[in-house]
Design a protein around this ligand. Structure first.
Ligand SMILES: Cc1cc2nc3c(=O)[nH]c(=O)nc-3n(C[C@H](O)[C@H](O)[C@H](O)COP(=O)(O)OP(=O)(O)OC[C@H]3O[C@@H](n4cnc5c(N)ncnc54)[C@H](O)[C@@H]3O)c2cc1C
Length: 375
C-alpha cells in the first residue's frame, strides 16, 4: 500500500484529457500526480484515428480545438513525436456532397479554411477510385495515437509529473483520492476517466445523462496505389461534424446516404480513415450508444467497413491486421465540466472529439479550477 502522499493536483486517468490537465497544472508550477488503473494509457486515446479535426468544429469545440492545436504542435516538438500538418482531405462522391462542402467553404472561419478542389485536382492528390470533387482542410493535424500517448506520458514524467500506473481510483472526495493502493491527498482532484465516470461517480453520470458510445475499428493492409496525404473523410463524416452537419445542404446528403445505404445508417457509420507510419490504414467506424455497450463485435459491421474501403480506393477487400472496440462518453452536450465536491473537478469530453479538443478543454478546466470558478 502507498503511504499517504500529497500533491497540489491529483489527476485520475492518463488519457489525453488527464495528460492535458497534468501538463497545464505542471506549467503553472504545481506538483502533479497522475494515476491510472492500467499499466499504460489504454482507453479511447490509443484506440482512435489520431485525427485532430479542428475545421469541422463549431462553438466551444472550435475554441478548445484551437488551443489544443497549438498544444499538440508544442508537445510534439517537446516530447519528440510527429504531428503531421498536412490537413484533412474530404472526398465528395456525389454533387450534393460538393454543394455542402461549397457552403461550408463560404462560412469557414479565417483560421480554419475549407479549400474546394475539382475532381481532377482531388484525385491527383488522394488515391480514391472516384470523386466529383472534394476539399482540403489545411488547419487539421494528425498524430499516431499509440505513439503520442506514450510519448506524452514519458515527457511529463521527465518534467516532474509522477505517474502511478495500475492504481485504480475507488473514490474521490474533497482533498483526497482513495485508490486500490492507499490514499492520495491533493489540493485539487481532477477526474478524467472518460466513460468510466459511470463507475466512479455513477450518480453524476446519470444526472448528466452520460452514456457509453462503442465504436468498431480496424487496422488494415489496403495496398493503396499511393499514400494518403492526410486523414480522409467522406460524406458520412459531413453529416456528423457540426460545421458541415448544421448547414441546410446537409439534409439532402443525409437523406440520400440513408436511403442508398440503410445498413450503414443502421450501424451509424462514419466512413473515414487515416494512414499510419507503417502504411497500414485505420478504418472506421460504427457507433452504438447505451448505459452499457454490447461487447460482441458484429462481423457485418466489419464487412461493411472493409467493402466500403475497397470501393473508396478501388482496391480488393483489404486484409485485416487488427480489430478493436473503442468507447467514449456520450452526452447531450459536447463537454462535461462538473464540480461534485469542493476541490474535485470532473472533465469529460462527451462526444468523439477528444483528440481534437482535449488538450484545450484541459487548459480551461485547470484555469477555471484555479480561479475558483464554477464549472
Ligand atoms: C474508436 C474511436 C475513434 C476516435 N477518433 C477520434 C479522432 O480521430 N479524433 C478525435 O478528436 N477524437 C476521436 N475519438 C475520441 C477521443 O479518442 C476521446 O474523446 C478521447 O481520447 C478521450 O480522452 P480521455 O482522456 O477522456 O479518455 P481515455 O483515453 O479513455 O482515458 C481515460 C483513462 O482513465 C482510466 N481510468 C478509468 N477509470 C479509472 C479509475 N477508476 N481509476 C484509474 N484510472 C481510471 C482509463 O484506464 C483510461 O486510461 C475517438 C474515440 C474512439 C473510441
Amino acid at each position: 500500500m502507498l503511504v499517504t502522499d500529497h500533491s497540489d493536483v491529483v489527476v485520475v486517468g492518463a488519457g489525453i484529457v488527464g495528460l492535458g490537465v497534468a501538463d497545464a497544472a505542471r506549467r503553472r508550477g504545481l506538483s502533479v500526480t497522475v494515476l491510472d488503473r492500467s499499466p499504460a494509457a489504454a482507453g479511447a486515446t490509443v484506440r482512435n484515428f489520431g485525427h485532430v479535426c479542428l475545421t469541422p468544429q463549431t462553438g466551444r469545440a472550435w475554441e478548445y480545438g484551437s488551443v489544443a492545436r497549438e498544444r499538440w504542435l508544442q508537445l510534439g516538438h517537446d516530447a519528440g513525436f510527429r504531428v503531421r500538418q498536412d490537413g484533412t482531405w474530404v472526398v465528395a462522391r456525389h454533387p450534393d456532397e460538393l454543394a455542402l462542402l461549397s457552403a461550408a467553404a463560404d462560412q469557414a472561419p479565417d483560421g480554419t479554411p475549407v479549400h474546394l478542389l475539382d475532381a481532377d485536382e482531388f484525385t491527383a492528390r488522394v488515391p480514391v477510385a472516384r470523386a466529383v470533387g472534394g476539399a482540403h482542410l489545411p488547419a487539421d493535424l494528425q498524430v499516431d495515437p499509440r505513439r503520442a500517448a506514450a510519448a506524452l506520458a514519458a515527457h511529463l514524467e521527465r518534467r516532474g509529473v509522477r505517474f502511478r500506473w495500475r492504481t485504480p481510483a475507488l473514490g474521490v472526495e474533497e482533498g483526497r483520492v482513495v485508490t486500490g493502493r492507499g490514499t492520495l491527498t491533493a489540493g485539487l482532484v481532477v477526474v478524467a476517466v472518460n466513460h468510466d465516470l459511470d463507475h466512479l461517480l455513477p450518480g453524476l453520470a446519470e444526472a448528466a445523462d452520460v452514456q457509453r458510445c462503442a465504436l468498431d475499428m480496424l487496422r488494415v493492409d489496403a495496398a493503396l496505389p499511393a499514400p494518403l496525404p492526410g486523414p480522409l473523410l467522406t460524406g458520412w463524416s459531413l453529416v456528423r461534424y457540426r460545421a458541415f452537419a448544421d448547414l441546410p445542404e446537409a439534409v439532402a446528403v443525409r437523406d440520400r446516404l440513408h436511403a442508398e445505404h440503410p445498413r450503414w445508417a443502421a450501424f451509424d457509420v462514419n466512413q473515414m480513415c487515416t494512414q499510419q507510419p507503417d502504411g497500414s490504414l485505420l478504418v472506421g467506424d460504427t457507433h452504438r450508444r447505451g448505459a452499457g455497450v454490447d461487447p460482441f463485435l458484429s462481423e457485418e459491421a466489419h464487412e461493411l467497413l472493409l467493402d466500403g474501403a475497397a470501393d473508396l480506393f478501388g482496391v480488393p477487400r483489404p486484409r485485416v491486421l487488427e480489430r478493436w472496440q473503442g468507447v467514449y462518453a456520450s452526452g447531450p452536450e459536447e463537454f462535461l465540466l462538473a464540480r461534485p465536491a469542493p476541490g474535485v473537478v470532473v472533465a469529460t469530453v462527451t462526444t468523439g472529439i477528444g483528440m481534437t479538443t482535449g488538450l484545450g478543454f484541459a487548459e480551461h478546466a485547470v484555469q477555471s479550477a484555479l480561479q475558483g470558478e464554477g464549472p
